[in-house]
Design a protein around this ligand. Sequence first.
Ligand code: ATP
Ligand code: MG
Length: 348
Amino acid sequence: MSGPSIADMLAAVPIPALVVDLGERIIAANADARTLLGQQIVGRHFTTILRQPDLAEAIEATLRDLRPRQARYLTNDGAQDASFDVYCRMVPQSRVMLVSFQDVTHLEQAGQMRRDFVANVSHELRTPLTALIGFIETLRGAASDDAAARDRFLAIMQDEAGRMNRLVGDLLSLSRVEGEERVRPREEVDLSGQLGSVLNSLRPLAEEAGVAFWFDKPEAAVIIPGDADQLRQVFTNLIENAIKYGGSGGAVNVIVTVSERDPTLRAPAVRVQVIDRGPGIDPMHLPRLTERFYRADSHRSRQLGGTGLGLAIVKHIVNRHRGRLRVESTLGEGATFTVILPSAGASG
Ligand SMILES: Nc1ncnc2c1ncn2[C@@H]1O[C@H](COP(=O)(O)OP(=O)(O)OP(=O)(O)O)[C@@H](O)[C@H]1O
Ligand SMILES: [Mg+2]
């Protein structure tokens, strides 16, 4: 009776894997291992293929004392760096060793993103906190008897505390949206109604900035599957940005169009466009605009109390709705933010 060959067994292993014998030769490798390390690796001495010292040492040591070992293998597939945890284990009752490669690139990337995120959040919190600490010291010391200075400082402290409060609120809503991103929203939302009410609540801000709203919507109500609160947040963020950054153009247009077959979604969809006539956004910023804490004009954004999270929240909510966010802008002519949302409860 003959069982499956080593090569057959390896073919069923779902990650790159190869077998090395006590003579230090690679005697079998599956297709994933050949893709990773080269097509002609079978028959070669392992040190000619796996040259990274840590890994080579681990393999040698396991062949010597038969004890399992683990090492890191770093590579670059031409486009990006990849990291593998490599396991060296003797196959029981045999004189060969299985070397398997577990891709941990995504774990490492997630770890890096987490570290960047914590660094960003700390930095964003530290700025207002430093201001607060400074003013508290001043109020307890030099300015303790100066009523006018006290009022001025308290006003600034209120602003800074407000900024921290907004930041924490935005972080929480971002994490909430991310947490539910895979759950499709099922409420029925009256889109034009929501937009009308968002415009109403932003009217004071618009008036202060000298901005007039133009709202174009279909006669009939536009009802789509969605999460009403979240969609409200999307439109609030976009229209608020249009006022804050594009307000110098004097007008913000909000246009709702319904289509039976949207060319982007290839399905029935609604497009909501928020258009301003302000300074626009330099094209170099567009690809990164929806990243957390990314600001095109960071001085102006901070001055206006922005946290740089608004568009990140928009993007996640739109994703959750299986929609798309488009940003177009010509410098000096304003910006157009388009949200495309599926209008029928199609699966997907
Ligand atoms: N309509 C617009 N015109 C010009 N620049 C814009 C416009 N909308 C957004 N931006 C730029 O994109 C950046 C990111 O916007 P986002 O809404 O994510 O953050 P924010 O407005 O700075 O802070 P937040 O929305 O959290 O208060 C802004 O800082 C601004 O530089
Ligand atoms: Mg914003």
